[in-house]
Design a protein around this ligand. Structure first.
Ligand code: FAD
Length: 465
């Protein structure tokens, strides 16, 4: 089964904010029919399934290269678990083919509708960060097409700096044509899962500490609206791959995803509805701990069961805000952050809390680092939302933490450069013909952000080279 991205005339990001126009959308179908990238007169950016939330996958007035048709499997080594495939192959396709053969992704985000190229370009993390690090930790090599026509094999030993720059490199170093990475063996497609209710941030830390050793996957849904000393409450979710041979042949019922037929009106999401949702969700689990064995899909990808859930946030779209803060500042900073959000009257249905471990990411610009990471969604209500998030940035800066570029659509150049002081070193590896809306914003005022002559000018439709 082929997974198509949601069709739209213009490439969009998952948050539907910002809404921008590209001058041209060029589709690449074959590795032996690659365009001469040096002939493009406007900056280029690869685009895959648009599951990035903000503008890191967008290129206003520039050229968006659709790479989702590079979707061929190249080789698999049953002994080592090494899979080589084109960069437009989605994680969903890999799971469909490899799970029945007893293999699983080394790291997966909260949606399976992302491409291998996108997983590398954002050096994505999953529920097993504390045990397995980021996706990039499992990549052995890839081929990168640069605008000068060079096709470079990059690995930790070959073109190693470009390898490190491309992992987490936001699509700016060239086009990843194919990649090779290591899958991990599983016995069956089921997960042994616990859901544990916790009533404070301190309790979250306790359960987390008790789970890190024995559970491969951990994350929590949290309710931030309880106030007081407890700071938050939630459901801690942890799991391991089930080890029973008997379940290997038990078929999994596939459920078709639901779809939201229209954008919900903006007033549908407010602190009252969020509080009501949180109350229901928290109390839906009556017992302190629930144990179940479930297929991998609902455990890893509950949000994929609603095809276009971004519509819940209305026409204006939404902003996701994901930060990481070092553990030693976590309690204090969380108290401040949650207080600001409550005071602003902004609500987030989907709030996810997790501890990152200390496995270093290979990417020069990778986001994960040891600490507590929280991801929140805010319906976009103009200046009010932007002001709140600017205030939160200041707190993150004070803690020495960082924001995740894959989720961002508004952080200032100053904030980005504080979060990622290595950005200048990274910028030396950017392909001179590549750029993005995100990169221009977060490096505005710097020499590194200057477009090539003729770049960033008024939009025009170019004919394919
Ligand atoms: C519901 C949901 C849950 C999510 N959960 C997580 C999570 O748990 N952890 C996490 O880390 N992220 C998470 N994300 C974010 C998502 O995993 C990343 O944004 C991912 O990179 C999106 O991949 P994509 O294929 O859609 O790429 P796009 O969003 O289209 O592009 C992402 C980046 O990859 C670049 N790119 C794409 N293809 C190539 C290529 N062939 N060569 C070079 N560059 C390329 C683009 O230029 C862009 O910079 C989530 C997103 C959603 C919608």
């Amino acid at each position: 089964m082929r997974y198509k991205k949601i069709k739209h005339n213009q490439p969009q990001s998952w948050g539907r904010y910002p809404k921008i126009q590209h001058s041209q959308i060029q589709t690449i179908y074959w590795q032996n029919e690659l365009p001469d990238l040096s002939t493009y007169e406007q900056p280029i950016l690869p685009y895959a399934y648009g599951r990035s939330y903000g503008d890191s996958c967008l290129n206003e007035n520039g050229i968006s290269l659709d790479l989702t048709h590079l979707q061929r499997f190249i080789s698999f080594d049953q002994e080592t678990g090494l899979l080589r495939c084109e960069a437009g192959v989605s994680l969903a396709e890999i799971l469909d083919i490899m799970v029945p053969r007893g293999w699983f992704l080394p790291v997966t985000p909260g949606t399976k509708f992302v491409s291998v190229g996108g997983a590398i370009a954002n050096d994505i993390h999953g529920k097993n960060h504390h045990r397995s690090g980021t996706f990039g930790c499992h990549v052995t090599c890839f081929e990168l097409l640069r605008s000068n026509g060079q096709r470079l094999t990059c690995s930790p030993d070959q073109n190693s700096e470009l390898f490190r720059a491309t992992i987490g490199g936001l699509g700016l170093t060239g086009i990843i044509l194919w990649a090779e990475f290591r899958l991990k063996p599983i016995i069956n497609p089921y997960i042994d899962m616990d859901h544990i209710r916790f009533s404070s941030l301190d309790e979250f830390f306790e359960i987390s500490a008790a789970s890190d050793q024995d559970f491969e996957y951990t994350m929590s849904w949290v309710d931030l609206f309880i106030g007081g000393q407890n700071l938050c409450r939630g459901i801690f979710m942890r799991g391991n791959h089930n080890q029973s041979q008997a379940l290997a042949s038990k078929p999994i019922k596939k459920r078709l995803p639901l779809a939201l037929p229209f954008n919900l009106p903006t007033f549908a999401l407010n602190t009252i509805t969020v509080k009501a949702f949180n109350e229901l969700y928290y109390h839906a689990q009556r017992r302190k701990r629930v144990h179940k064995t479930v297929p991998y899909d609902p455990f890893f990808y509950p949000l994929d069961s609603i095809h276009n859930w971004y519509r819940m946030y209305g026409k204006r779209g939404f902003l996701q805000y994901q930060f990481v803060i070092p553990f030693d500042h976590a309690r204090e900073a969380m108290s401040e952050i949650l207080g600001r959000i409550r005071h602003a009257g902004e609500g987030s249905f989907l709030t996810v809390l997790k501890k990152f471990g200390d496995i270093p990411s290979p990417g020069m610009l990778s986001f994960p680092r040891p600490g507590l990471t929280l991801a929140l969604d805010f319906a976009y209500s103009g200046q009010k939302t932007l002001q709140l998030l600017n205030e939160l940035d200041k707190i993150i800066i004070q803690t020495g933490g960082a924001l995740y570029p894959a989720k961002d659509a508004r952080m200032s150049a100053q904030s980005f450069q504080t979060f990622y002081p290595q950005w200048k070193q990274f910028a030396q590896h950017i392909d001179p013909h590549f750029s993005s809306s995100f990169w221009r914003r977060v490096t505005s005022g710097s020499a590194e952000s200057q477009p090539l002559p003729g770049f960033g000018v008024s939009p025009q439709i170019l004919s394919p080279p």
